[in-house]
Design a protein around this ligand. Structure first.
Ligand SMILES: Nc1ncnc2c1ncn2[C@@H]1O[C@H](COP(=O)(O)OP(=O)(O)OP(=O)(O)O)[C@@H](O)[C@H]1O
Ligand SMILES: [Mg+2]
Length: 495
């Protein structure tokens, strides 16, 4: 597989989350359980049994045990003395935990992590459901993340930056897991023993609501008293002021899912109203964060990224290899070669891999052997819809021509294409309009949308570009005729 998948996109303030090198050992967390999740579940169980929550020294000992530290190390990370932690707190804690979690077995410092992970696997979802019901997470229709793999590094990065920034854009192609990750993030925050946000809101804008309905909806969530249309000020600025006032009084993490829909379905006036709200949120609030999920970088956010605003962009890539293997195992695939084939072809995109497995189940009776005998690159309807939209509405002529050129070259040579070759090949030059600068800019934008992948040769430093198989297939088959449209360009290629 091309190592270009881990390239950083050329966006200001951007962080790229890749599926390479993700297994970071320090991990708070093994598998999918973080210490904070485990703690919040166990804390509630201890409370249910003893009527008391775990206290600070007990939590310090548990955190240390989770990270396999000895009492000396635990004491040096804590304000409490070694003797007290080991002889008083520890001894009592292992009795309590054995009583609450042990199922007849002793919970020791060595076994703590294993016991907690097991308990959390069993109880986590129930606690998340409770936190949604208890109103810790406000909003409707959170995506299902009951079967969630990997993303340890991404969650850790997100937790850090949503706390630092006023706005974070979670960027990635269809099905890569943006909504699932954002929902999981809210769930983790909702389970924190010492909450960093006092208000967690999930709001999908996939239906591109009118701005005034959007404001009303948020005010209803933030204000307990019932509001009606007539309570809303008439003018956009005043509406926003009302909303900002509500948001100012708390530290709020507001997720707007499928933010890109706002840029497809609504008119310019509506779009400006939303942009104004984002700008004022970022500029006027000194706490809280707006987390937007989107398939592409929108103009308003791009403009703000260029300035020094507290805004960041995270590009999400496929699952890390271990997580992808676990994910496919649970979908019934166990053959190592077939797994690595799917991971490679679909770039560990969970939505795409799920769609392939569904088709194997539907058309091949779940028999992956037979599917691989008739092997083909499948495109899910979700991914195809995204590409239809991109080719139909979003991409410039130059970007389209670059993609066509790359697809044709790669189909011919099965090799990625050098940047200098792209610039000098008459087949490309004669077909496109735009200067070298424009070509560079177009390549940057295509990369930020994950439509192309780049790779830098370690020795020669030469940069090459390639396409993931699904995108190459879409371009070469051109299912709706949106790729090879008549070239309307008039400009000449200039160096
Ligand atoms: N970490 C994960 N572990 C297991 N399954 C996942 C994970 N992330 C996403 N999925 C699954 O992949 C599918 C796509 O995820 P999701 O809807 O979050 O993608 P998305 O990036 O929001 O896509 P879109 O751009 O279409 O909104 C879902 O079925 C989801 O359950
Ligand atoms: Mg989504």
């Amino acid at each position: 597989m091309d190592s270009n998948i881990s390239q950083k996109v050329n966006l200001p303030n951007s962080i790229v989350l890749t599926r390479r090198g993700q297994k970071h050992k320090d991990a708070q967390d093994s598998g999918n359980v973080t210490f904070e999740e485990a703690l919040s579940v166990v804390n509630e169980m201890v409370f249910a049994k003893t009527g008391k929550h775990l206290n600070k020294p007990e939590i310090d000992v548990m955190r240390g045990a989770w990270h396999d530290k000895d009492y000396g190390e635990i004491a040096s990370d804590s304000i409490y003395k070694l003797n007290y932690l080991q002889r008083v707190v520890g001894a009592r804690l292992w009795d309590t935990l054995s009583d609450v979690l042990g199922n007849g077995e002793r919970v020791t410092k060595k076994r703590l992590r294993e016991c907690l992970e097991q308990v959390v696997q069993e109880h986590y979802l129930q606690y998340v459901a409770n936190s949604i019901n208890k109103g810790q997470i406000k909003g409707r229709n959170l995506p299902d993340f009951s079967s969630f793999y990997g993303r340890t590094k991404e969650l850790a990065s997100l937790k850090e930056i949503v706390f630092k920034q006023r706005c974070v854009l979670l960027l990635g192609v269809a099905g890569i897991g943006k909504s699932t990750l954002a929902a999981k993030l809210l769930a983790e925050f909702s389970l924190e023993s010492e909450p960093q946000f006092d208000c967690l809101i999930w709001k999908s804008v996939s239906h591109a609501p009118l701005f005034q309905d959007f404001v009303l909806d948020l005010l209803e969530i933030l204000q307990p008293s019932k509001l009606s249309d007539s309570d809303l000020p008439k003018y956009t600025q005043a509406m926003i002021t009302m909303l900002i006032k509500q948001l100012q009084s708390r530290r709020c993490l507001l997720v707007l899912d499928e933010y890109d829909s706002l840029f497809k379905a609504i008119g310019l006036e509506q779009r400006l109203e939303y942009s104004l709200f984002f700008r004022r949120f970022i500029e006027e609030l000194d706490q809280g964060c707006l987390l937007l999920t989107s398939r592409f970088l929108t103009g308003d956010i791009e403009n703000m990224l260029i300035t020094e605003k507290p805004i960041d962009c995270l590009k999400l890539e496929g699952l890390d290899t271990d997580a992808a293997i676990n994910f496919l195992n649970t979908q019934g695939l166990h053959d190592k070669e077939k797994i690595s084939d799917l991971v490679e072809t679909y770039r560990a995109n969970p939505g795409e891999m799920k769609a392939v497995i569904n088709r194997i189940n539907h058309f091949f009776g779940g028999d992956s052997e037979t599917f691989f005998e008739h092997k083909t690159t499948l495109i899910s309807s979700r991914f195809e819809a995204m590409l239809n939209e991109m080719f139909g509405q979003l991409l410039s002529d130059l970007q389209r021509q670059i993609l066509i050129y790359l697809a044709e070259r790669i189909a011919l040579t099965s090799q990625s294409v050098q940047f200098t070759q792209l610039l000098s090949d008459p087949k490309f030059k004669n077909n496109v309009s735009g200067s070298t600068l424009e070509v560079i800019r177009a390549l940057e934008q295509l990369e930020s949308m994950s439509l192309i992948e780049s790779n830098k040769n370690a020795d020669t430093k030469a940069i090459t570009f390639t396409l993931q198989p699904v995108i190459k297939k879409y371009i070469t088959t051109d299912p709706l005729g949106l790729v090879h449209v008549a070239d309307t360009s008039t400009l000449k290629f200039a160096s």
